[in-house]
Design a protein around this ligand. Structure first.
Ligand SMILES: Cc1cc2nc3c(=O)[nH]c(=O)nc-3n(C[C@H](O)[C@H](O)[C@H](O)COP(=O)(O)O)c2cc1C
Length: 164
């Protein structure tokens, strides 16, 4: 199955998480959303989609500018990862990836890598939570600290089986 890890990142944090995913999933292509097209992404069998959150719960700029409606996700296997900051943005924690998740649901994606525990986190509200679980891999580097690489590696190894 052809798989792309596609991310949007302003200051490089989401890009670094995407790189850890790639290091553990060599077969997947690593793509910056700022440098691709919907046609290109539509050519993959599976997508691992990542974004950070800006401006009180908005998508990262490159995702904001991207023609998301042109993405064909019906029946496609898709996993989501998001990067945010719960202390400074407690009421919109990781809303950006929640927005892309909602798009995936609307378009009929076959979502994998979801239903992750929120145990280590403390925030007021998040669009990345459904039924008291995270909808994908949710990262706040201030929470993860030294465990960041391990958390990302663990999740990647889990979802790899869903992309076979
Ligand atoms: C102006 C601004 C607004 C932000 N808004 C949010 C937010 O609403 N929710 C959240 O979880 N994080 C928010 N953040 C935190 C970023 O998502 C976080 O710093 C992230 O690591 C940036 O990743 P990037 O470098 O890949 O873009 C905001 C950061 C800035 C600078």
């Amino acid at each position: 199955m052809s798989v792309a890890i596609v991310y949007g990142s302003t200051k490089g944090t989401t890009a670094s998480v995407a790189e850890i995913i790639k290091n553990n999933f060599q077969e997947a292509d690593l793509i910056n959303i700022a440098k691709t097209t919907a046609d290109k992404l539509n050519s993959y069998d599976g997508l691992i989609i990542g974004t950070s959150t800006y401006y009180d719960g908005q998508l990262q700029d490159d995702w904001e500018a991207f023609d998301k409606e042109a993405l064909e996700l019906n029946g496609k296997r898709v996993a989501f990862f998001g990067v945010g900051n719960q202390k400074r943005h407690s009421e919109t924690f990781n809303d950006g990836i929640g927005i892309l998740y909602e798009l995936g649901v609307k378009k009929g994606a076959k979502i994998v890598g979801d239903k992750n525990p929120i145990d280590n986190y403390a925030f007021e509200a998040s669009r990345a939570v459904v039924d008291s679980k995270f909808i994908g891999l949710i990262i706040d580097k201030e929470v993860e600290c030294d465990l960041l690489k391990d958390s990302v590696t663990k999740w990647t190894n889990l979802i790899k089986n869903d992309f076979k």
